[in-house]
Design a protein around this ligand. Structure first.
Ligand code: ASP
Length: 295
């Protein structure tokens, strides 16, 4: 039995070398849990550390939209006591997950776009706009791999084939997610992303959608990474949650959920319950996990 613990992923398809970033984030969260802080505090802290890392597609490392200059980010937090906060397509802030946490404390559940940014400013989150070297290089790579014709096509309209990357076309995830369980037995999840490129300005993925990119309930917490369009279609996080709630192990549930997806889709899932931790992904996914076992 897990007494308390935390697990972090750094995005499906991200380089394995990024695992050190996951470990640093995990350690920060685990220390908070050891000190008796809530799972929500711990998950948010781990997500903030990863947003500030710069290598992940979240916060300061967020990728560019198809226009080559816009950064729009999604983030969400939830705990097993029914508290939820999300920001959708927020621009100009350094840590969307902290704004999502603030939304959780507001009368609302989700804030989007300009309103979300105004909300953040009112709470003192200062302006931030930086495009990381990795994000800039990623944009150029996508542009060249897509080819001129596809690129212009995509700018005008997103076809199913293009967005699914059916032929393994350039895709970038590297988004981040955290699941945590505190000493009081409360679960929490935090997720943050710059989106799954290539994508139009205004596109929203699964990360800020409850039950799709994230879910937490009395039986566990789930974080999903990968092509948001497919995760939304399957309400993937809630699907995995329902499996663990029925008693299927965390890992088996993650694996079974991957089997529900079309084969070409990249997806990764982490799940934490009081019994176990489990993960599954279609490609490499940097991860870290610390837990205290009940004697
Ligand atoms: N799920 C995110 C999105 O579709 C991206 C990711 O997880 O890598 O926006």
């Amino acid at each position: 039995m897990i007494s308390y613990g935390v697990a972090v992923h750094g995005g499906v398809g991200s380089p394995a070398e990024f695992s050190d970033g996951c470990r640093t984030a995990c350690e920060a969260a685990f220390q908070l849990l050891e000190a008796g802080k809530s799972a929500l505090d711990a998950a948010v802290e781990a997500a903030r550390v990863l947003e500030d890392d710069g290598r992940f597609n979240a916060g300061s490392g967020s990728v560019l939209r198809i226009d080559g200059k816009t950064v729009e980010m999604d983030a969400a937090v939830m705990d097993s006591e029914g508290h939820i906060g999300a920001v959708i397509n927020i621009r100009g802030v350094k840590n969307p997950v902290l704004v999502a946490r603030a939304v959780l404390g507001s009368p609302h559940v989700a804030m989007a776009g300009r309103g979300a940014q105004a909300f953040a400013r009112r709470l003192g989150f200062g302006p931030y706009y930086e495009v990381s070297e990795r994000a800039a290089a990623n944009y150029e790579r996508i542009k060249s791999r897509m080819g001129k014709e596809d690129f212009h096509f995509f700018r005008q309209w997103v076809g199913e084939q293009k967005i699914s990357g059916g032929k393994g076309k350039a895709k970038r995830t590297d988004t981040i997610g955290v699941v945590a369980l505190d000493k009081k037995g409360v679960f929490s999840v935090a997720s943050s992303t710059g989106g799954a490129s290539p994508m139009l300005v205004g596109r929203v993925g699964d990360t800020p959608m409850v039950g799709c990119g994230f879910y937490a309930g009395p039986e566990g917490a789930i974080a999903v990474t990968g092509l948001g369009e497919e995760s939304i279609r399957k309400m993937l996080a809630k699907t995995v949650y329902d499996m663990v709630a029925e008693g299927m192990g965390a890992r088996a549930s993650c694996e079974k959920a991957l089997g529900l997806l079309p084969q070409h889709v990249d997806m990764g899932i982490i799940a934490l319950t009081k019994n176990d931790y489990g993960a599954a992904s279609t490609r490499k996914m940097p991860m870290a996990q610390y837990s205290a076992i009940r004697p």
